[in-house]
Design a binder for this molecule. Structure first.
Ligand code: MOS
Length: 767
């Protein structure tokens, strides 16, 4: 297959079915709908309340669940007084480790092929407590109020044991993780430490970032029911999920049943961001429902989400940069420690972005983890990049000042010709174009080089910028089914709509590819019984779906051509010779040779035609370094009186390949950037170092940006198709949050002359 990827000979690769033989990026049919700002197809359902979320489904005879969370971080349950609560009105079950059914350990994300779970702790199988907040009892009752009242009354005694709940202490026992996203925990290119020591200009600083909790607008919930169909036990689940297929596979292992016995749907998800995976609440609800043989709904409270669903780990990062007089980097060191547990597999990968951004003569990247008694940390929008770019891009700003250089010019000086670590060519990298266009639009040339030199009354005004980046991925397992009839087409794929516009964009793309109007295409998703397995994560869902739909589309065209008779205008043509347009097939080189789908199907006596195909392997990743890029520009005001930071303007200029729908894409970028404002200025989980308890489990105490915190946000992009991805698109879901922390911190420095290296940048740090 290597000849398909010979970029030397053609300049542009041809990979199987993904690219046209003329070397142009995927042309996506003849429709003019691609690239159009189609509004969300599910918008009306959402704003009128007709969209049903996991906690809004119900079953006859359903019971309501509530959880009890441990109040110690490590130790044993000495006693639980079940009797007193079992007799309370409406209570149907009090489940603890004493009476819970036998459950297998759940397979962990990135550790098992079926892994959807956040950790591999036993689930209510013994008296052991592993974190402060671990579910230790579940109550089922006839009403939610009865269940909530019962858990308040449950008396539990613990035998606490020493726990590691202080990151400062845990750091002393830091260890190298087994792997970081499947790669090594340390990467070295040359001797970075010697190069740094010898560099004429140096920055060596430590940056810290706090824990973050997930606060999707929809708290996690599940409504489920066990039943028997033709002698087989079936588990029907309404979940809020970004991985229906993996969740079914994981639950099958937990309950010792076949994944085909589990049917999970998740038509609407009120935000995922990496958190809508498998946690104990789904497992405990299913276990309890099986015990009582009644359907169950378990809707976590906001506080419950903080106890049961992991978040972003805290980090302490060192960035050491050495440069010559021209700003050329001779040494780039990025290392540090993140909190973790040995029960999950995500060492917050804060050096990810540093791997691809800058050319340096010598590079050393390393991650260590500090094991703590805490809820397992997990993915949270751009895990690694969001906090890693805060450190790296702050350090570059510090170096630029030392060199007396413009921060953008310093970045441009170190723009790499190929991937700095792997040496692979970039599939498509137009970061400098994005940066220049953004600088122009933002008015970057108006930035005062001297910190603290611009003011309006009590407000010191400053500008900052930072690079944003997130890798392109395409995970295995994607497949799609296309069913075509005279009325239109249905695309089935086990993918997800978490609010980012997937269903809309994929309908648009499928319509274009099939030469059908959008109204005649139905995209079905969010159901593990559908074809394939696509994770809505890693900003890869669009590419993964794209790869599957391209493969299925080719199957469909081949199958249609097999139906044509010898007197058809399409007789003798193969899939390579035709294009889809006007609800039919035409010869690519002779538009007069055309037959529409209806006549092809009816000519063969068919009502419909249905094909399924799997996406080709993601071989592109072996040949190119593939990443999305961008530059974030920010203007802040810092109050000299209160220390308050107000973001006045924010602009993101992105290079993410082809933008498939500018309306939904703008919202994705903007949403990520707003989350970045939270990271920069507000978000912080207060983890009590004495008890290991999260003490701000509510949106009253855990702050996220609200309307008045969000300025006018401008979003722009290069729109240069990546010739090596399906549809020319790279992911856009996570890049928006990256770089924002540093852009804000750099703007705060430019405004006030105060360098804050500890997130969030709250006013106390500026006084
Ligand atoms: Mo994302 S953190 O991969 O849902």
């Amino acid at each position: 297959s290597s000849d398909r990827f010979d970029s030397e000979s053609s300049g542009v690769a041809l990979a199987g079915d993904y690219w046209r033989r003329d070397g142009k990026p995927d042309a996506l049919g003849t429709s003019d709908r691609v690239g159009q700002p189609l509004s969300r197809l599910d918008g009306a359902q959402k704003v009128t309340g007709r969209a049903r979320f996991a906690a809004e489904f119900s079953f006859d005879g359903m019971l309501y669940a509530a959880l009890v969370y441990s109040t110690i971080a490590n130790g044993r349950i000495a006693s639980i007084d079940r009797d007193a609560v079992e007799s309370m009105p409406g209570v149907a079950l009090v489940m603890t480790h004493d009476n819970a059914p036998r459950l297998n350990t759940a397979p962990v994300f990135l550790r098992s092929p079926n892994g959807a779970a956040g950790d591999d702790h036993p689930i209510m199988q013994s008296d052991r407590v592993h974190w402060n907040g671990q579910p230790v009892a579940l109550v089922l009752a006839e009403t939610q109020e009865q269940a909530d009242a019962a858990v308040e009354r449950l008396e539990i005694e613990y035998r606490a044991e020493p726990a590691v709940t202080d990151f400062e202490i845990a750091k002393g026992q830091a260890r190298a993780p087994d792997n970081v996203l499947g790669g090594p925990a340390e990467i070295a290119l040359g001797d970075a430490d010697s190069a740094f020591a010898a560099a004429p200009h140096r920055v060596d600083a430590t940056y810290t970032t706090p824990r973050h909790n997930h606060n999707a607008i929809e708290p996690h919930a599940v409504t489920l029911k066990w039943s028997r169909e033709a002698g087989t036990e079936i588990l029907r689940i309404h979940d809020a999920s970004q991985c229906v297929d993996l969740t079914a596979a994981s639950l099958a292992e937990v309950f010792d049943i076949d994944a085909a016995q589990i049917h999970i749907t998740s038509p609407f998800v009120g935000g995922g961001f990496g958190s809508k995976t498998l946690w104990q609440h789904q497992i405990l609800a299913a276990a309890a429902a099986r015990v009582v043989e009644r359907p169950v709904r378990l809707a976590l409270s906001r506080k419950g989400v903080y106890r049961v669903v992991g978040g972003r780990a805290c980090t302490e990062q060192r960035v050491a940069l050495g440069a010559d007089d021209s700003g050329k980097l001779s040494a780039l060191i990025h290392s540090g420690i993140a909190s973790m547990t040995c029960h999950n597999n995500l060492p917050e990968p804060f050096v990810q972005a540093t791997k691809c951004l800058y050319a340096a003569d010598a590079i050393r990247l390393s991650i260590e983890v500090a094991d703590m008694h805490m809820l397992a940390n997990t993915f949270m929008r751009a895990p690694g990049e969001s906090v890693g770019t805060f450190a790296l891009e702050s350090a570059l700003d510090e170096l630029a000042e030392r060199l007396g250089m413009d921060p953008l010019a310093l970045r441009e000086r170190n723009e790499p010709a190929q991937d700095p670590i792997s040496g692979l060519p970039f599939s498509s990298r137009h970061l400098l174009e994005a940066a220049r266009a953004g600088a122009e639009r933002f008015g970057w040339s108006g930035r005062a080089a001297t910190p603290g030199s611009r003011r309006e009354g009590e407000w010191q005004i400053g500008m900052g910028c930072a690079t944003a980046t997130y890798p392109y991925m395409r995970m295995p397992g994607a497949a799609a089914r296309i069913t075509l009839s005279a009325k239109g087409a249905t695309i089935d794929i086990a993918a997800h709509e978490m609010g980012m516009g997937t269903a809309t964009v994929q309908t648009q793309i499928a319509a274009a590819r099939l030469g059908l109007p959008v109204e005649q295409v139905t995209f079905r998703y969010g159901d593990n019984m559908l074809a394939g397995a696509v994770l809505a994560g890693g900003s890869q869902q669009t590419a993964a779906i794209g790869g599957a739909v391209i493969a299925a589309h080719r199957e469909l065209v081949t199958a249609l051509l097999a139906l044509v008779t010898s007197d058809s205008p399409l007789a003798g043509l193969s899939a390579d010779d035709v294009v889809c347009r006007d609800a039919g097939l035409a010869a690519a080189d002779d538009a007069s040779r055309f037959a529409d789908y209806a006549e092809i199907l009816s000519g063969a006596g068919r009502e419909s035609l249905s094909v399924e195909a799997a996406a080709a392997d993601s071989e592109e990743l072996a040949h190119w370094s593939m990443h999305s890029f961008g530059t974030i520009f920010c203007e802040v005001g810092v109050s000299e009186i209160s220390g308050e930071v107000r973001v006045r303007r924010l602009l993101g200029s992105f290079d993410c390949g082809r933008i498939l729908n500018p309306k939904t894409a703008t919202s994705q970028f903007r949403g990520g950037m707003i989350m970045g404002l939270g990271l920069a200025l507000m978000e912080e989980t207060w983890f009590d170092a004495r008890s290991g308890r999260i003490i701000n489990p509510s949106l009253a105490d855990y702050h996220v940006p609200v309307q008045m915190d969000v300025p006018e946000i401008e979003v722009m992009w290069t729109d240069i198709p990546d010739p090596h991805t399906p549809m020319g698109a790279r992911g856009i879901g996570e890049i928006g949050i990256t770089g924002v922390g540093a852009a804000v911190a750099n703007a705060v420095y430019n405004a006030s002359g105060k360098r804050i290296r500890d997130l969030p940048i709250t006013l106390d740090k500026l006084l």
